[in-house]
Design a binder for this molecule. Structure first.
Ligand SMILES: Nc1ncnc2c1ncn2[C@@H]1O[C@H](COP(=O)(O)OP(=O)(O)OP(=O)(O)O)[C@@H](O)[C@H]1O
Ligand SMILES: [Mg+2]
Length: 246
């Protein structure tokens, strides 16, 4: 397994945000984590990134126990997070934002990799010298993903990347996720766009109030009407467009 989470617990004071979570992701897999607002999805990713400390449990990545690793050491090990809300630096240029993703690299290929990002996202290339604040929401999401790709990760963790994007951009985004995966990057995808996430992933986990209440193949989860009713706000997965209803 590339990623193996065992018995993970995270507490914020009296809030038990992540409860005894077990999760695995094989090299090359796309795995999705679904759940309603407040289910603990972001907290789980923050624990994987090293931004919050678990109260118990272990995180293994690429054969090592990284539970006590600092965030930068997790990046070095090959994990990159695209955070909720993108969190790009709007007062910096597009290119400076991309360079932030490469800050730990000491190889001489960063410029070449930035060029590859501009090939893939011409809108970013055309605006490389402009402040990132000029970008549309969709372009900002692409920038956040491009920044993560510049870390040359083995695993990219995406926290609700489709949030606030137009349907057209959502399609681009999911195409991009599949392309990155085809290039050998494993993907842990947190989404409320259940339909698209289950079409893209091979397996999924459903979190409710911090606990994994379902773990199955994406196909089985997509066909499970009870899942939608009980945990995801009452829409059948294929019809879910929770972002409009939030
Ligand atoms: N820094 C914090 N301090 C205290 N409680 C927090 C903090 N961050 C999150 N929580 C609480 O932990 C629980 C899980 O929150 P989390 O943000 O992980 O959920 P989520 O599944 O990502 O939700 P959303 O879909 O709205 O992004 C919630 O009850 C939330 O209020
Ligand atoms: Mg969240």
């Amino acid at each position: 397994m590339l990623l193996e989470v065992s018995g993970l617990n995270v507490r914020y004071g009296r809030t038990h945000a992540v409860k005894s979570v077990d999760l695995t992701l094989a090299e090359g897999e796309i795995v999705t984590v679904l759940g309603a607002n407040g289910a603990g999805k972001t907290t789980l990713l923050k624990a994987l990134q090293g931004a919050v400390a678990p109260t118990s449990g272990t995180i293994r990545f690429a054969g090592r126990d990284i539970t006590a690793f600092q965030p930068a050491d997790r990046v070095r090990a090959g994990m990159m997070l695209v955070p909720e809300g993108r969190q790009i630096f709007v007062s910096m240029t597009v290119e400076e934002n991309l360079l932030m993703g490469a800050y730990l690299r000491r190889d001489g290929q960063v410029a070449r990799d930035i060029d590859a990002i501009y090939q893939r996202f011409p809108n970013l290339g055309q605006r490389r010298g402009m402040k990132a604040s000029v970008l549309s929401g969709g372009e900002q999401q692409m920038l956040a993903i491009g920044r993560a790709m510049l870390g040359r990760p083995r695993l990219i963790m995406l926290d609700e990347p489709s949030l606030g994007l137009s349907p057209l951009f959502v399609n681009h985004l999911f195409d991009l996720i599949r392309e990155m995966n085809a290039d050998g990057i494993s993907i842990l995808l947190v989404e409320q766009n259940t339909g698209m996430a289950l079409e893209t992933a091979s397996r999924g986990y459903v979190l409710e109030l911090g606990s994994v209440v379902m773990a199955d193949t994406a196909e089985a989860l997509a066909g499970n009407a009870a899942l939608a009713e009980a945990y995801l706000g009452g829409h059948a997965p294929a019809a879910t467009s929770s972002h409009q209803t939030l």
